[in-house]
Design a protein around this ligand. Structure first.
Ligand code: CA
Length: 430
């Protein structure tokens, strides 16, 4: 994908002399990644009131955009949009004992490859024994999958009936007005009229896809089955929640991703599908994922397309060491690792089909795409389908079952922790 709107600055902390300055440098994160100039994620000490923090930030021309729930960190926008000024402000804030850490707002990328093959088919479904799995279950619309991505085309005929509507923002309010359009946060979740999810890239209530990537992932998770058209997803029936945080141009930020993760937890999804990465580590993101984990929400994440070993070169969010994170590599039709796929015997859990995957795209169309982006929704879909069968299982039991049910293949033995590729039928068995 294209890299847009970001800057990468080398950390300019080398050569600092005083202990105080060195300590301040330790509190600064992610300026070695591509980042959004003019924005920071700042965590003040717990004793420091948010109103006092806002005052300190205002002295630097800063305005609080939002506060993250799990960490209490602030997402801040600054009047001066230069990368140099952003770094200077970070240094100044980090020098204060009232500040715990300052993160650059890293740019996030999609994990699909730019050279998608033009031809594709649904080879992934027979490969994971989906037909036999569907004899056991075809899914359940009450199981909610948050697709944290570029949005979802909820009007697509192969997705529409599986798209979620927020019960707290539909129907009629006490004044007889439609909750969808009454400009009131009827369900008190902090978002006004979020009747079909949220767009964290443009800060509005319409998570319509303007890219294709999110719609493609959604089709793999829950393309409607047995309707005589297009494709079929891992689940014929499921609830898809569109959580857009990546723009039409294909870029997003850590701050928008954290907000999307916290939103998904608040509305009570069962799991999220995360086909993105590259933003570096982030303490507020780790805590948002930890909060989801504590609520029993699985976090399925792409291992990345850097052909690198994540054990030695961490890729986030898939490398976060939180109990709910399932890291997914991509395989091709012959069960070998895709040429682009990252891997890691310790930090990548299993593989799933991710080359030449045919699925839904915007405006009633279909296309093939490749990437760990495409492998991830196969696993997210599998977890949702497992939940329709293994209703009694806890999050950790579901994860253990998922890992135990892979088809072990020799080519993956040194690449992923389970040494195998997703098998949907085995995952549904008792
Ligand atoms: Ca709301």
């Amino acid at each position: 994908m294209r890299k847009t709107g970001g800057y990468v600055c080398a950390v300019l902390m080398a050569g600092l002399l005083s202990a105080g300055q060195a300590q301040a440098a330790d509190k600064i994160q992610n300026f070695n990644t591509e980042f959004q100039a003019g924005e920071l994620i700042v965590k003040f000490a717990p004793h420091f009131e948010t109103s006092a923090a806002a005052k300190v930030l205002a002295e630097h021309g800063g305005k609080v955009i939002r506060q993250f729930r799990a960490s209490g960190a602030l997402h801040v926008s600054f009047a001066d949009k230069s990368a140099r000024s952003t770094m200077n402000i970070a240094e100044a804030l980090a020098a204060s004992s009232d500040v715990e850490y300052v993160e650059a707002n890293s740019i996030i990328r999609l994990e699909n490859t730019p050279n998608d093959p033009s031809l594709g088919s649904l080879w992934g479904m027979p490969k994971i024994s989906a037909e036999r799995a569907w004899e056991i279950s075809t899914g359940d619309r009450s199981i909610l999958v948050g697709v944290i991505d570029t949005g979802v085309d909820y009007n697509h005929p192969d997705l529409n009936a599986n798209y979620w509507f927020n019960p707290g923002e539909t129907g009629v309010d006490a004044n007889g007005n439609e909750k969808k359009t009454n400009r009131i946060d009827d369900d008190g979740n902090g978002y006004v009229d979020d009747f079909r999810g949220w767009d964290f890239a443009n800060n509005d209530n319409d998570p319509m896809d303007d890219h294709n990537h999110g719609t493609h992932c959604a089709g793999t998770i829950g393309g409607i089955g047995d309707n005589g058209i297009g494709v079929v997803g891992v689940n014929w029936n499921v609830g898809i929640v569109g959580l857009k945080f990546i723009s039409a141009a294909g870029s997003g930020t850590n701050a928008a991703a954290i907000a999307a993760i916290e939103y998904a937890t608040k509305i009570g999804v069962n799991l999220t599908s995360n086909s993105w990465g590259g933003g570096g580590t982030s303490e507020p993101m780790r805590l948002a994922i930890q909060e989801a984990s504590d609520a029993g929400i699985l976090f399925i994440a792409a291992a990345g397309n850097a052909t690198s070993n994540n054990d030695t070169r961490p890729s986030f969010p898939s490398n976060f060491e939180v109990a709910n994170v399932v890291a997914v590599a991509a395989t091709q039709q012959n069960d070998t690792l895709a040429s682009f796929s990252s891997y890691g015997l310790r930090t990548v859990d299993l593989a799933a089909p991710g080359v030449g995957i045919y699925s839904t795209t915007r405006s009633n169309s279909y296309a093939s795409m490749s990437g760990t982006s495409m492998a991830t929704p196969h696993v997210a879909g599998a977890v949702a389908l497992m939940m329709s069968v293994h209703k009694e299982m806890t999050m950790s039991q579901l994860i253990a079952k998922l890992y135990a049910s892979v088809d072990r293949v020799s080519s993956l033995a040194t690449k992923v922790a389970t040494g195998g590729r997703l098998n949907l039928e085995k995952a549904l068995q008792p």
